[in-house]
Design a protein around this ligand. Sequence first.
Ligand SMILES: [Zn+2]
Ligand SMILES: [Zn+2]
Length: 665
Amino acid sequence: MSTKNSHNKGLSRKQIIITLWQALKDAGIASIEFEGPEIAVYVNNPKYILENERVVADLAKTIRKRIVVRAKNRKSREETIKFIMEVIPREAGVSPSDIEFDDVLGEVKVLVAHPEKIGVNLRKLQNLILAETGWRIHIIKKPLLTSRILASVIRHYLEKSSERRKALRSIGERVFRDMVVGTRYVRVIGLGSFGEVGRSAILVDTGESKILLDAGASPTGLGPEAFPYFYTSEFRIEDLDAVVITHAHLDHIGMLPLLFKYGYRGPVYMTEPTRDIAILVLQDYIELARREGRDPPYTLKDIETMLNYTITVPYNTVTDVAPDTKLTFSNAGHILGSAVAHLHIGQGLFNILYTGDIKYYRMKGDKGTRLLPTAAYQFHRVEALIIESTYGAVDTQSREEAEKELIEMVNKVHKRGGKLLIPVMAVGRGQEILAVLNRAYKEGRIPPINIYVDGMVYEVTAIYTAYINLLAKPIREAIERGENPFISDITIYVNDVAKREEAINTPEPAIILATSGMMQGGPIIEYFKALAEDPKNALAFVSYQAPGTLGRRLVEGEREIIFEENGHLRPVRVKLEVKRIEGFTGHATRSELLMYLRHLKPKPRTIIFNHGEYNALTSLALTVKRQWERLGFKSPPEILIPENLEAIRLYPRYYKKNLSLTYSG
Ligand SMILES: [Zn+2]
Ligand SMILES: [Zn+2]
């Protein structure tokens, strides 16, 4: 693409190895391995690293790669536990039973109740423990609520440690290969979520590498129409270098295990909370299909394989995902762990920013009530932006109005002795609503009323409490003070049929939070069938409802719903109050999307709108077309609303299109 060849290439594999050997020879290098996106240097003398901390950091900067130092020899578990207990202060809350060893990778995972009380710099602590014991320590925050999933993730990696190592090595070999053809072009192909909401999947092709952004399922439809266009000839699993997942909603991750079922054995990049939530959400997807008598598209085994190939990446960490592509995640503000993905292609030749789903709020009064910080909007370079447009057509009510309305609703339903049913996605809205209700209860704005929280929502809430450093400041501070912003004495955890029946049959007024958020299956259906015909009850929608879902049909006024039960048809007459309170949405509203474009730095030359219904996409695109100057663009950006399967070729700034035929590389 560029005529300057050097521009296209970084250090070769050989150059990297030579540089490392020279710089770290005093540490006594035993071997150098490519482990996933990191270069692992095994050393005989880890004390050298402790005494020369800058060396590794500087080295990473010079070769622009992530380096991890591991010790060749390690002390016994007993000695290591003893040392860890000595160096981590007692008030941080660590016990020997919370220390787990991975013999294959030489890593030790330590669950700590109050990591903020460790006091010393974590990297220092890590180097100290490495120097003294040979083990590489990972501090994990112990969640406030017991989480089945977090425990199972740790167990999985301990049990599958050697498969994991094999996977990391094969990924490493591919990531750090010398380039075959180099970056020849940049093409973006929508395999899903272009011209629609759902089944997000975007292929980025550079000639040298192919990267898939998200692998979602559609909220409607159960057959092939629920899948992205994985069966098009553009998409070949064996050519795929990496999958990048922005967040753990089904419309972004639901079909990821399917790739593994069909033989994909490459890396999947996501944040740590996204991985934890994903396991829960995907297991539930299978479970739900089974319960409804359908064949799930993949099995638990495929999810396990996926986990072996999953590489978690923190925000703001540049990671090599292919020889010519670097990935950086930044906070997206949408749900816990959600990320906007920045792809840096061909040594700076081209940069793509893909928002996934974002939340962007700026109002001051607004900030105190939010669970997550707002989306990142400053980047080094951005030539093309792919941005979601869910609420591109109309603005929803403000967050304050939404809260007020919800509180009023609770009081009204309580007064008439009814039950308030709130369908929520297990991830995101569930936690927001819990936090709002909990605060209102503590401030005396709602009466003591039982809040039944159905299984998945509760589990995900536990995961939220394990990542408090990613939550917004007021929430984080509350947790550090020992409060639980999600759970109080009126919260009841529903984890079996008996509790579900209690929630339905109790004569007391109650609030019930259950999945799924668009009422396409899940426990919400059972509650709805039981409660719909009593006008004392109410149903409040707090998130986006996709066309064709039961939620959308109810919002649009359908008042008789026919369910199929064991081969019989059962009509349910909808007499409960149906209300839509969308100000809680985790998506940027229309004005937030425009504000995001205004604040975004630097300004892209191309904007691709996706993840929206037709009117949302066109309305937003038209506004940007008319108001580009007011949005701070120096020249009109190229605006695209492609359909799925359309390929868009993106050109670097100084590329002359008419020279493409004479291009020699
Ligand atoms: Zn989402
Ligand atoms: Zn989405």
